[in-house]
Design a protein around this ligand. Structure first.
Ligand code: PMP
Length: 428
């Protein structure tokens, strides 16, 4: 495959955009080479500026769960755009999507829409601090909750790919209120509670982590966090930016039957437009302005184009009773195929998967937290990534990312991917 035009476009972008990208992981820093500039996409495929067709396993990092250019979403956006793109006033559409989201997700009465997952998590934390009148939060190493200051403390995703887990620009004052815990280690969390009695406002967690590759919660881990929160008057925040409307209609809360106090959303909820949201029971949400004292706002929040896209996406997921089952089956099929090929080529690996989130780590030991995720062999990952790219298969350009499977993938696509992985495995 040739990437001449992508290379040229990247060189031009580097002149006027820092690193040539508007979000770091896109730059291919972790794997080397030139990022691919995408021209258009349809269903499970993306087409780059050089005319290459690729099977997409990133899917805009999650939102395109039903494939690219999903027609009901595209049509809704076009129709809405004709009527005006922003008013800065309430619209009936906002209530419609809010009511649908509230009906799909357990344990929430109200939802507030924002413009990104970062905003959703940032606002969820402020709300938790406002409600509990406490300052400290617990986050887990390797979890990523967006780029707001409190979360750039051993964050996953691009923040670890680039080796700057503690970003300059985050003040010591902010950093001291973020307590770091080890994913899947309840004792560690209990110790933090003991050392910070009555000071912890919230635990924030990715209920299935996707920013250190995919790391599912161990049996009993989320239940244990729920219990510790209850015992300590601390709020449990599920960051469902990846898992929401992906692992089940009601997200991880439904899948694991665990109640979170505040839930943050992003990605799927916007159908590919810039949308985030956070939600909770009335007693918590009523703390928010204009009802309560915790301030949060946005000029473009609830934007009609974004809400139209999100509404069509949620409707599609709500009306299709089999979609999450199909996603599970397709991803399980892919997992089995990858295992067969890597075993056949004697490659050392670990695969983690939950539903349609899956990742391959090139290390034999179980990957259960940030430390074990960091053990993976990055050189092998680079070869794997570039080998697949040559084969027309596009996975995330970093080992610290999950793959997001779309329902638009056919079994022929999956077979083609598995065969490509077989050829690449022989070269590792
Ligand atoms: N939380 C999680 C779990 C995420 O994966 C991400 C983004 N990948 C975010 C928050 C931040 O969302 P955004 O990039 O939309 O700000």
């Amino acid at each position: 495959m040739l990437y001449q035009r992508s290379s040229q476009l990247f060189a031009e972008a580097e002149q006027v955009i820092p690193g040539g990208v508007n979000s770091p992981v896109r730059a291919f820093k972790a794997v080397g080479g030139t990022p691919i500039f995408i021209k258009e996409a349809k269903g499970p495929y993306i087409y780059d500026e050089d005319g290459n067709k690729l099977i997409d396993y990133i899917n805009s990092w999650g939102p395109m769960i039903l494939g690219h250019a999903y027609e009901p979403v595209v049509n809704a956006v076009i129709e809405r755009a004709k009527k005006g793109t922003s008013f800065g006033t309430p619209t009936a559409l906002e209530t419609e999507i809010a009511a649908l989201a509230v009906s799909m997700v357990p344990n929430i009465d109200k939802i507030r829409f924002v413009n990104s997952g970062t905003e959703a998590c940032m606002s969820a934390i402020r709300l938790a601090r406002g409600c509990t009148k406490r300052d400290k939060i617990i986050k887990f190493a390797g979890c990523y909750h967006g780029h707001s200051d409190s979360f750039l403390i051993q964050a996953g995703s691009g923040a670890v790919t680039f080796g700057t887990p503690n970003s300059p620009g985050v003040t010591q004052g902010t950093a001291k209120d973020t307590l770091l815990a080890t994913y899947n280690d309840l004792k560690n969390v209990a110790d933090l509670f003991a050392a910070n009695k009555n000071e912890i406002a919230a635990i924030i967690i990715e209920p299935v982590a996707g920013n250190m590759g995919c790391v599912p919660p161990a049996e009993g881990f989320l239940e244990g966090l729920r219990q510790l929160c209850d015992e300590n008057g601390t709020l449990l925040i599920f960051d469902e930016v990846m898992t929401g409307f992906r692992l089940a209609k009601g997200g991880a809360q439904e899948l694991f039957n665990i109640k979170a106090d505040i839930v943050a959303f992003g990605k799927v909820i916007g159908g590919g437009l810039p949308v985030g949201a956070f939600a909770a029971r009335n007693e918590i949400m009523n703390y928010l302005a204009p009802l309560g004292p915790v301030y949060q706002a946005g000029t473009l929040s609830g934007n009609p184009l974004a809400m139209a896209a999100g509404l069509e996406m949620l409707k599609a997921l709500n009306n299709d009773t089999d979609v999450f089952k199909r996603l599970e089956e397709k991803t399980a099929y892919l997992e089995a195929g990858i295992r067969k090929q890597l075993d056949g080529a004697n490659v050392v690996y670990t695969i983690n998967r939950r539903g349609s989130m899956i990742s391959v780590h090139f290390d034999a030991t179980p990957v259960t937290d940030f430390k074990s995720a960091a053990n993976g062999d990055n050189e092998t990952f680079k070869k794997f990534f570039h080998g697949l790219l040559k084969e027309g298969v596009y996975i995330a350009p970093s080992a610290y990312e999950t793959w997001f499977i779309t329902d638009a993938l056919t079994y022929e696509d999956l077979d083609a991917t598995i065969a490509a992985i077989g050829r690449v495995a022989q070269t590792l």
